[in-house]
Design a protein around this ligand. Structure first.
Ligand code: ADP
Ligand code: MG
Length: 621
């Protein structure tokens, strides 16, 4: 038999390698920024067009390359960073594989301009799909500029796989954040489609964080510092009251390299335990310095994971360091009105944040007594009011009764098509369900009611989610949401990536009643909110929306409408643990069975179970 094994031609091998190194424009950004840092630059500029699909360019003022090096840099396994295998255990550079430029040049149109300090003239090389198109000598400023155009031009499948420009830009911005936060001693600029998005001057870590995330972030940071033989930890944690639903502001850097580590995350989350709500995540910017010989950064092709020699010790040190900072700076959960963005909180109430007894009024609640009107913490479901979980929310009860009435009437005018279902499931009574049905609440979790064949036990939170979900879907589809005009526009601080997301979903948000504009880079101004959302909830709802939207980006089949309706229903629904008065219980039952799909929550969970008389009889045999 003839020999059939052949060595792959270089350009094919490079294309295959590229599949591993370059997943999307953000991967190119990462490699180019890292090369610029390794070149000792003090100023780096990133230029992006159309989410990186049209152009990614990085211009640095680093050491530059000689003509020979410039040519060699595009060869596979060509690197100036390691010479022997042992070097791998003592890395102080970002790159070492010598693969990035070869890979990128295999799948894009690349132009390199570079000049070392002591040369008169520089080198300009153009490569397309691994083929050198031209190499010239020219007048070039010191340093290197690498531009990458038409990424994946020769791999249509990969190009089609790319997401919208906005989404790709978001990935690029994430990558830029990571690099910029790791290197505050380097100045960075970032231009997108001709607009300057970031201009970060040289500074310390704190200043860099503030320049990236906005001046409001300064007050949120609590310093962390610890120096042990195993690790030196510095950086900041975000005060617990600013914990967010999204995992946006979580950064670990090991030896100035951004890493992901579920294990270390756990250590930090553990230190925050009890200080933040369970559905929020701590924010942190933690810089760990360890002996390079004690880590292996080579276990992941894109190098965001690191293997530590002594993970357990690191975990323990990290956890206690964070705990120590939380304690030392006396960071206890405080009710910060500004943080909750309740800018409309009446000032008279501002200093009364300690009025906790208000929430515990139900201590005297007697389940055998008719639910009394005095129970101020009790939810009146039909008013669609909703506690955000903040103790002081109870202060609001009674403040907006008028508004409540308005909402109630609005709610009751909505008619559902499937009322027939309600009458078949509830006994053979032909009269209104309301007069005959009795309900009671079980452990502040379930609403129990009788039906023809026995009884049903309804999960109150899931039921309300279903009701709200259908309501919002309807609003969005018929584009008839009623928005309440705010007397005083509400200003909320946003990060640049939040801003990008809000920009993307602005139209849909509008259809459900959110009216807003961007006041400046860091602020949105809200002039209208959906009827069902109270002003105090706006910040929370938007935060949740952004986070859900972010999470869903990777999901293939997402529709904005569905995400919006789901998020709103999840955020605004009654929760387990909330007391419902009997009118609210009844309202919930009626609304639920007027839904098109009362059986499952928007998140595909069972809403209620039926226990038939037969089931009960069996228990008595
Ligand atoms: P690696 O970074 O793993 O060494 P790359 O393919 O990214 O591999 O780069 C190959 C080589 O090209 C580097 O080792 C470096 O010598 C040179 N190089 C790349 N980018 C720059 C730059 N911006 N400035 C100076 N030299 C560079
Ligand atoms: Mg590199």
């Amino acid at each position: 038999m003839a020999d059939i094994i052949k060595l792959l031609p270089d350009h094919v091998a490079n294309q295959i390698a590229a599949g591993e190194v370059v997943q999307r424009p953000a991967s190119v950004v990462k490699e180019l920024l890292e090369n610029a840092i390794d070149a000792g630059s003090t100023s780096i500029m990133l230029i992006i067009k159309d989410g990186g699909k049209a152009l990614i360019q990085v211009v640095d003022n680093g050491v530059g390359m000689s003509a020979t090096d410039a040519r060699l840099s595009f060869e596979r396994h060509a690197t100036s960073k390691i010479q022997k295998a042992e070097d791998l255990f003592n890395l102080d550079t970002k790159g070492f594989r010598g693969e990035a430029l070869a890979s990128i040049a295999a799948i894009a149109h690349v132009e390199l301009q570079t000049k070392p300090e002591n040369s008169e003239l520089g080198t300009i090389i153009k490569i397309e799909g691994s083929k050198i198109v031209s190499q010239e000598v020219g007048t070039v400023t010191k340093g290197t500029s690498l531009s990458v155009k038409n990424l994946f031009f020769n791999i249509p499948a990969r190009r089609n796989f790319l997401k919208s420009n906005q989404v790709e830009l978001r990935h690029i911005t994430d990558e830029f954040h990571r690099v910029a936060l790791a290197h505050p001693s380097i100045a960075f600029q970032f231009h997108n489609n001709g607009n300057e998005i970031f201009n970060l001057p040289v500074g310390n870590h704190r200043q860099r964080i503030v320049h990236v995330f906005g001046h409001k972030s300064n007050a949120k940071l609590v310093p962390v510092s610890e120096d042990t033989q195993v690790v030196k930890i510095s950086g900041f944690i975000v005060k617990p009251e600013f914990a967010r639903k999204s995992r946006g502001e979580q950064f670990f850097f090991v030896n100035n390299r951004f890493i992901k580590s579920p294990y270390l995350y756990h250590a930090v989350a553990n230190a925050f335990e009890g200080l933040i709500k369970s559905d929020t995540h701590p924010g942190y910017f933690l810089y760990l310095d360890v002996d390079p010989a004690s880590i292996d950064i080579n276990i992941h092709p894109t190098k965001t994971e690191v293997k530590f020699d002594d993970e357990h010790t690191l975990y323990a040190i990290l956890r206690s360091t964070v705990k120590h900072s939380l304690g030392q700076f006396n960071v206890v959960p405080s009710l910060d009105f500004e943080a909750d963005q309740n800018l409309e909180t009446p000032y008279a109430y501002k200093d009364k944040s300690a009025a906790l007894p208000k929430v515990t009024v139900d201590a005297g609640f007697n389940p055998f007594q008719d639910s009394g009107a005095e129970q101020t913490s009790e939810r009146t479901f039909t008013r669609e009011r909703k506690a955000t979980g903040n103790a002081w929310e109870s202060l609001y009860v009674g403040l907006d009764t008028d508004l409540g009435k308005e909402k109630e009437s609005d709610f009751s005018t909505i008619s559902f098509e499937s009322e027939a279902i309600a009458s078949t499931i509830f006994d053979d009574q032909t009269e209104s369900v309301e007069t005959k049905t009795t309900t009671f609440q079980l452990r502040r979790k379930y609403v129990v009611t009788t039906i023809k064949s026995g009884m049903i036990v309804i999960d109150q939170s899931r039921a309300h989610q279903r009701v709200l979900y259908e309501k919002f879907l309807k609003n969005i589809t018929i584009k008839e949401a009623v928005s309440q005009q705010l007397l005083f526009p509400l200003k909320l601080a946003v990060t640049p990536s939040d801003r990008g997301i809000l920009d993307e979903i602005k139209e849909s948000l509008h259809t459900i009643g959110f009216v807003f504009d961007f006041a400046d880079q860091e602020t949105i101004e809200i002039t209208g909110v959906p009827l069902l959302v109270s002003e105090s909830e706006v910040g929370m709802v938007l935060d949740q929306l952004i986070s859900d939207y972010q999470m869903d980006i990777s999901g293939e089949s997402f529709s904005q409408t569905d995400i919006l309706a789901k998020t709103l229903s999840k955020t605004l629904s009654v929760k387990t643990g909330e007391l419902l008065d009997s009118a609210s219980q009844l309202g919930l039952v009626n609304d639920l069975f007027a839904c098109k799909e009362p059986k499952v929550s928007p998140f595909n969970k069972s809403v209620y179970i039926t226990i038939t008389e037969n089931d009960i009889d069996k228990k008595f045999i």
